[in-house]
Design a protein around this ligand. Structure first.
Ligand code: ADP
Ligand code: MG
Length: 852
């Protein structure tokens, strides 16, 4: 038996090749940085002597030098020293040497791997200031809106001290950092690492937030704003002037975990036949293994003849393939997939009558995201909630292609090394691990492995009791909301008081996580809950003695209840303990029922345990099993990497076209680069007879009016054709996969088809112009434009939102004119109501509350 089992072991440790390849690079890089750090340190005395005003003056001087063409590397030591001084004066934090190193790596357009608690938020301020000096804007990307606000308020004082402006883009609001609230400064200094002091954030327009020197926001808002800009009809509403430099915090989460779902702006299509409930009912009658088989690895469900028979009877037809065709078959398969592979509270939750996707890596809710090809509707039908209409795509992009647009991209995280190959091949980003400020003293214990879940739960409860009994704080990480809730029940039954977090309300959870280091705290959290918030031993306001007391108990205990599909996520969880040289312990509890084990070779191990007659709640610490787990993780990581690569290679085809169209579109919108003349030239080549028409129109309307009408007409046509093109490309994508049975490489086919379709589209533009021009009138163009504007606005607003919040009363930006910041307002959500000052209401509005 062991022999069979050995096949599961990785033949070579996967990273060894890369280590050899990259290893010396890290050292070389760090070596080249060392003298710069010394230089910065040597400047400390000189800069300490400057007055506050001189700090601002110095910054402005460098700004001038940069616009005169000076290389940023030359002024780096001086500027970093200024930033460090500003931090010292405003928040009594002085960048550690390792933080300077991290800052230099970020400035060089690489990923700095620094562990949790090393102070990456502060690290980002260094390259942010330096790179903002060229006036093109720096985007700092966070994983959620709350962290964007927190980091802006917390770090804003540094930027303000140097005379730089700071903006924040949130989902439903935009802010400018407002430094006039000195009286609030103490509150911020005390709680800034987990609490947002809203007085420092003044609502503003989206455009203002982007015009700031530095802008904080989430990956999804940055991405959606790019798409919004590209369906915009008013030149002065363009939001993002440049994509110059981005610093992505928690870069692995954003560029890897979230990179499998592209950003899509879509709005409901006119109508669609409602077959979903019918097929949900049919799926309901089918049983797993009797009527269909499930392959968990491939995430597929296949009907057998018996299953198809039942469906045909229910529909009252003889043969679904011949009588109803591909559409019905597609619906049937989708309904079965929805039933067999998508579990409530695991893959999704139902909230306020909506199906909301749960990110499988992070456990975070993804409101506004929808599965494609009718799957989302099928799940809605299964849950009996209202079925959202199918929609038409206005614009889409993958995160990969969005972030590759930046002139310079950089990032930071505690866990990048296990994915360095992907960062390098996809984003051309190198990972440089930076040593910790203090020596790591965390103890990572071996996994404990149980035969089944009930045995594991019993053991976890016992462990929690033991740790909690001593007063040692314990953070329990789970892989899904569902297992979070079941474990919570088990703890409640055992009379253990605990806090539970599901990554649902980041702001409140931030406070709870910040307190997770208190004496006796038991905190139960899904992987992502509270990410980015620091856990100090003894709690956020702990005295030295409090912290000391917890240290004596061994620091924070982190208990993982399941190994995750990616090693990175496990490492993230572990990283919550032992920050800045603190003591800490971590341990994973694993069972043969865990999906990782079940799907990847669990049976053999299970048999193995049976053979040894091990009781269910007795752990086995067996190296071989831990290794199996890790090799399974490596395999799954590779599998996901492949699937992301595939999504990317398809999007690459579209991306080249998108760039062409968007460039042309932007030029037309801004009336730049003689774009309209270029179109006219193409038009004359394809249809020489149009020359006469155009000349006649020029006389009819006057040159200027004609130029304007023509420009707007082309813009409208481009948008119309592009939306159609996106749709056709979507079909093409599924049809080439079918053709793969004919032994042709689907990607090559897709490229070929894509190229042909794009050419066709470009020709169609000229062709339609040729048809339309003779009848064109300024009034018609204006009417059409009004319609387009309405549609585009609706689509822009729909971006990244649930229909619910869309219907609500939104954006403080608009309200700002009518409601004062100190006015009392009433806000509602469900049947809850609150009365409070408008400025206090803003964060709630951002979370989906509405004004009454
Ligand atoms: P990370 O993002 O790397 O996990 P954070 O940016 O959340 O870390 O910072 C962790 C904690 O370390 C924060 O509470 C912050 O106040 C503290 N910190 C960071 N840098 C310094 C410094 N140079 N001096 C003192 N405290 C620091
Ligand atoms: Mg952080």
């Amino acid at each position: 038996m062991l022999v069979v089992f050995l096949n599961f072991l990785p033949t070579t440790p996967t990273m060894s090749f890369l280590d050899k390849f990259f290893g010396p690079t890290y050292e070389k890089e760090l070596k080249s940085i060392k003298p710069i750090v010394n230089e910065i340190n040597a400047l400390e005395g000189k800069i300490e002597a400057l007055t506050d005003q001189q700090l601002v003056d110095a910054t402005n001087k460098y700004r001038g030098e940069v616009s005169a063409g000076k290389n940023l590397d030359e002024i780096l030591p001086n500027v970093f020293a200024l930033v460090r001084e500003a931090a010292k004066r405003t928040m009594e934090m002085c960048h550690y040497d390792v933080q300077l190193i991290g800052g230099i790596i970020l400035h060089r357009g690489k990923i700095t791997e620094m562990r949790t608690g090393e102070g990456k938020t502060l690290v980002a301020t260094l390259p942010a200031v330096l790179n903002a000096l060229n006036g093109k804007g720096v985007h700092i990307v966070t994983v959620n809106d709350y962290l964007a606000r927190r980091d802006a308020v917390w770090m804003g004082q540094i930027y303000a001290k140097l005379g730089l402006t700071l903006g924040v883009v949130n989902h439903d609001a935009s802010f400018i950092y407002d430094e006039t609230h000195q009286e609030k400064d103490e509150e911020r200094d005390e709680h800034g690492s987990y609490k947002v002091v809203y007085d420092f954030l003044r609502p503003c327009t989206r455009q203002q937030a982007y015009q700031a020197d530095i802008t904080y926001g989430t990956n999804s808002e940055f991405g959606f704003d790019y798409l919004r800009d590209n369906i915009e009809y008013e030149a002065d509403r363009i939001r993002q002037p440049h994509h110059a430099y981005a610093i992505v915090d928690e870069i692995d989460s954003i560029l890897i975990d979230e990179a499998r779902t592209p950003l899509i702006i879509s709005a409901p299509a006119a109508d669609s036949e409602n077959l979903y409930p019918t097929f949900a009912q049919i799926a309901n009658q089918l049983e797993r293994d009797k009527h269909y088989v499930v392959d968990e690895k491939l995430k597929s469900a296949t009907l057998n003849d018996e299953g198809i028979d039942i469906a045909q009877k229910a529909l009252g037809i003889e043969n679904i393939y011949t009588e109803k065709g591909i559409k019905y078959v597609h619906h049937l398969e989708t309904a079965v997939r929805a039933k067999a592979l998508f579990q409530k509270d695991k893959e999704y939750v139902v909230r306020d009558g909506e199906v909301v996707i749960v990110d499988e890596f992070t456990g975070r809710l993804q409101p506004g995201r929808r599965w494609s090809e009718g799957l989302h509707q099928a799940v809605e039908a299964k849950e009996g909630v209202p079925i959202q209409k199918e929609s038409k795509t206005f614009a889409s992009i993958t995160y990969q292609n969005y972030f590759r647009m930046y002139d310079k991209l950089s990032g930071m995280t505690g866990t990048a090394l296990t994915s360095q190959e992907e960062f390098f091949t996809v984003y051309n980003l190198e990972v440089i691990p930076v040593p910790t400020n203090r020596e790591v003293r965390r103890i990572d214990k071996n996994d404990l492995i149980y035969q089944n879940e009930s045995g594991k739960f019993k053991a976890i409860v016992n462990k929690v009791k033991e740790v909690h009994g001593k007063g040692q704080p314990i953070l329990i990480g789970t892989a899904s909301i569902d297992s979070n809730e079941r474990l919570a029940d088990a703890l409640t039954k055992a009379n253990i008081k605990h806090e539970m977090l599901n990554a649902k309300n980041h702001e409140r959870e931030g406070e709870i996580v910040a307190a997770a280091g208190r004496k006796g705290a038991v905190t139960l959290a899904t992987n992502m809950a509270g990410r980015g918030v620091d856990i100090k031993l003894g709690g956020p306001e702990a005295s030295k003695e409090d912290a000391e007391f917890i240290k004596e108990l061994g620091g924070l205990f982190v208990l993982g209840t399941e190994r995750h599909e990616a090693r990175r996520i496990d490492n993230q969880l572990r990283g919550r303990a032992g920050r800045q040289g603190d003591l800490g312990e971590t341990q994973f509890f694993v069972s043969m029922d865990d999906s990782l084990m079940r799907v990847f070779g669990g049976d053999r191990v299970k048999n193995l345990m049976g053979t040894f007659k091990i009781p269910e709640d007795e752990p086995i610490e067996m190296g071989i099993i831990s290794r199996t787990l890790e090799s399974a993780q490596t395999k799954i990581e590779g599998f996901h990497f492949d699937s992301r690569k595939q999504i990317l290679s398809y999007d690459d085809v579209l991306n080249a076209q998108r760039q062409t169209i968007y460039r042309r579109r932007k030029n037309l919108l801004m009336n730049e680069a003689d774009e309209a003349d270029k179109v006219i030239k193409e038009l004359y080549e394809a249809f020489p007879e149009t020359e006469k028409t155009i000349e006649a129109k020029k006389v009819e309307f006057g040159e200027e009016v004609f130029a304007d009408v023509f420009r707007r007409l082309v813009l409208q046509l481009i948008d119309m054709l592009w939306v159609e093109h996106l749709e056709v490309m979507g079909y093409t994508r599924s049809s080439v996969t079918l053709r793969a049975y004919g032994q042709r490489d689907p990607l090559i086919e897709y490229r070929k088809e894509g190229k042909r379709l794009f050419k066709e589209m470009q020709y169609a533009l000229l062709h339609r112009l040729n048809n339309v021009l003779p009848q064109v009138q300024p009034k018609l163009v204006e009417q059409e434009e009004a319609d387009r504007k309405r549609e585009s606005k609706a689509a822009q607003e729909a971006a990244g939102e649930t229909p619910k919040s869309k219907a609500g009363n939104r954006t403080p930006v608009v309200k700002e004119n009518t409601i004062g910041r100190n006015d009392l307002v009433t806000i509602v959500k469900g049947d809850e109501t609150k009365e409070l000052k408008y400025k206090k209401a803003e964060p709630f509005l951002a979370e989906g509350w509405t004004l009454k």
